[in-house]
Design a protein around this ligand. Structure first.
Ligand code: NAP
Length: 233
């Protein structure tokens, strides 16, 4: 399916995976809006809208100006090292708001903007949404929720006769700034992990998202798991 002239919205287009997806969408001929706080950092050709996704009212405002959408990429995410035993509840709340609530809200707000024959939503989950790493803390549950929301939304859409497709993509380690935050206080572990494997790049994940988007409309790719070859689980 051609992406030329498609209207796409990418959350977290200012860094890492979201930046790479937004950049590839522009190159493919799409009109791309990037929702993030650091609006000066989006790729060339992307129209930025300032939005703190942890604040539902800012999401309302951002969507109020939109009239048409074909593609929503729910990519923005926060990964704090916040265990259940001793983690800061404020970190749990932030991850819940950005990784889960904002994703559901952006999805709901996109539906009326999609064409009658259906739009496409891609949610960025994680391998931490399939198994719980020992250090997964509250981050991992938010990524399980992303997969569950994807499945729930798809069921609701099919029950309503909608052809809007919902995909969930679950990468393993990706070499982006998010890892620096996730490994705060464990920098030596991050270095060791990086030296033991050739991690995925943001572009590796973005290429897979573009593949999903280009798939013919009668094919619904629902779940993609990907990790670098050296990552065991
Ligand atoms: N890196 C990994 O190893 C890895 C593995 C699996 C899954 N993932 C997932 O991949 C997705 C992208 O992560 P990344 O690795 O590309 O991380 P990143 O480089 O840190 O980028 C995160 C993006 O999310 C945006 N964001 C964060 N908080 C926000 C907020 N409150 N409001 C608006 N935007 C916000 C940031 O934009 P602003 O700061 O400009 O707001 C930034 O563009 C996330 O969902 C993450 O959980 C990452």
């Amino acid at each position: 399916m051609s992406l030329i002239g498609k209207n796409a919205l990418v959350t977290g287009a200012s860094s890492g995976v979201g930046y790479a997806i937004a950049e590839m969408l522009v190159k493919a001929g799409a009109n791309v809006i990037g929702l993030c706080r650091n609006t000066s950092a989006v790729p060339e050709g992307v129209h930025p809208i300032a939005c703190d996704l942890s604040d539902a009212s800012q999401i309302d405002t951002a969507f109020a100006g939109l009239t048409e959408l074909d593609i929503l990429i729910n990519n923005a995410g926060v990964a704090k090292l916040a265990s259940i035993t001793t983690g800061a509840p404020a970190d749990w709340e932030l991850m819940w708001r950005v990784n889960v609530h904002a994703l559901a809200l952006c999805s709901q707000k996109s539906l009326p903007l999609f064409p009658a024959d259906g739009g496409q939503i891609v949610n960025v989950s994680s391998m931490s949404g399939h198994r719980v790493p020992s250090s997964g803390g509250f981050y991992s549950p938010t990524k399980f929720a992303v997969r569950a929301i994807s499945d729930a939304l798809r069921s609701e859409l099919r029950a309503a006769g909608s052809h809007t497709r919902v995909a969930s993509i679950s990468p393993g380690f990706i070499d982006t700034p998010l890892l620096d935050i996730y490994f705060t206080g464990r920098e030596d572990q991050l270095e060791e992990t990086k030296s033991s494997m050739k991690m995925l790049t943001a572009e590796d994940v973005a290429s897979s998202v573009i593949h999903i988007l280009k798939t013919p409309a009668h094919i619904d790719i629902t779940d993609v798991k990907m990790r670098c070859t050296e990552q065991a689980s």
